[in-house]
Design a protein around this ligand. Structure first.
Ligand code: 3EB
Length: 358
């Protein structure tokens, strides 16, 4: 039995006593019909469109999504988000989605309309997204993935990411949603081109938001980083049943306070990023009393420059242990980071079992 043939952690989700949501990461080159873990998949998310063809070619009827950020090299990983039976799929306006009784996974890919700037595009995208949550009866956002074409490009005198932040915050406020404390976890990365791609996880219950004591909350960044702050919490903790609580850690970078650190120094940025990740994990442990181990996380490492991969990989392995799951199953992809001086960003998803849970 190969490593990828294992069922998702804690057995096939959806069975009584099992968590209703679990992330299982499989190598794209190991996906075969008889080797996909059992259980209902809400969505397959990956960093290479070709990997999705493998998912669908092997009969898996799932919501298949690519980020638009290319993988650094082989292996390419596919993140399978397992839900609970039954799963239904559909499309409301611009949002494609899959949902079970507990969770909604949705996605929208949006091109700017004629004359629409990136702030207006973001606002429209989030309005559509919120409408979908209402229709699907899943009002609480847990986690968002934002992939922006040309994130650092100047658009009529203002960086696209800053326009995006303005439109996103405007949409949250207009919808009466938490744009500050209690915002969902998120990441915001740049792609070489294509549409604005947003993917999201939502549920019925609000997650527990976690901040990082080493960093100013992103939603309180001062105006020098843009007139409207980014709308996200450092992490979100979701009770997924079966005694499990998922810790969804947002994109994390070399920022202390609100300032970028170690411009131009990849290794120092990686060390600072890992210190921030550990600080978020520690804060989550204090909040829940549960034990989360960063070395067991499913990480995505976003690198601005593919050429930094070898150096970053070496240091990442030295920090977390070459044999740790975080290192062996890390997904390495090329992406622009939202601040020009940042070279690396890491996101992480972890699970913890409650004492006497399941
Ligand atoms: C930071 O800490 C790095 O705009 O949704 C990380 C996670 C970052 C999410 C977002 C941005 C976002 O500010 C950048």
């Amino acid at each position: 039995m190969s490593a990828t043939a294992r069922p998702p952690e804690g057995g096939a989700p959806g069975l009584p006593g099992q968590p209703s949501l679990a992330l299982h990461r499989v190598r794209a080159d190991h996906i075969e019909a008889d080797r996909l873990p059992e259980g209902p998949v809400l969505a397959a998310l990956t960093y290479a469109a070709a990997a999705l063809e493998r998912v669908t070619a092997h009969g898996a009827e799932v919501l298949s999504l690519a980020s638009g950020t290319p993988p650094v090299d082989e292996p390419v990983w596919v993140d399978l988000w397992y839900g609970a039976s039954p799963v239904v799929r559909g499309r409301d306006s611009l949002v494609v989605w899959a949902q079970d009784a507990h969770t909604l996974f949705g996605a929208l890919d949006l091109e700017p309309a004629a004359g629409e700037d990136f702030g207006q595009l973001a606002e429209r995208a989030y309005r559509e997204l919120f409408a979908c949550l209402a229709v699907r009866g899943m009002p609480q956002l847990l986690r968002l993935w934002n992939y922006l074409p040309g994130i650092n490009d100047d658009e009529a005198g203002l960086e696209r990411y800053r326009r995006f932040n303005a439109g996103r915050q405007q949409a949250f406020l207009a919808a009466g949603r938490a744009a500050f404390e209690g915002a969902p976890a998120a990441c915001g990365l740049g792609t070489p081109g294509g549409p604005l791609r947003i993917r999201f996880l939502a549920g019925r219950e609000a997650p527990l938001a976690v901040e990082n004591p080493r960093q100013v909350s992103a939603y309180h960044y001062p105006k020098e980083h843009g007139v409207r702050a980014p709308t996200f919490s450092r992490a979100a903790i979701a009770d997924v049943g079966g005694g499990q609580r998922l810790l969804l850690v947002s994109g994390t970078a070399s920022i202390v306070g609100h300032e970028s650190r170690h411009a131009g120094d990849l290794e120092a940025q990686l060390d600072e990023t890992l210190a921030n990740l550990q600080a978020v994990v520690d804060a989550a442990q204090v909040k829940t009393g549960l034990r989360y181990d960063l070395a067991d996380a499913r990480c995505v490492v976003y690198l601005r420059h593919r050429a930094d991969a070898e150096c970053a990989r070496r240091r990442f392995a030295a920090a977390l242990g070459a044999q740790s799951r975080a290192v062996r199953e890390a997904a390495w992809v090329v992406a622009d980071i939202c601040r020009r001086e940042l070279l690396i960003e890491v996101e992480a998803h972890l699970a913890a079992q409650c004492e006497g849970g399941a």
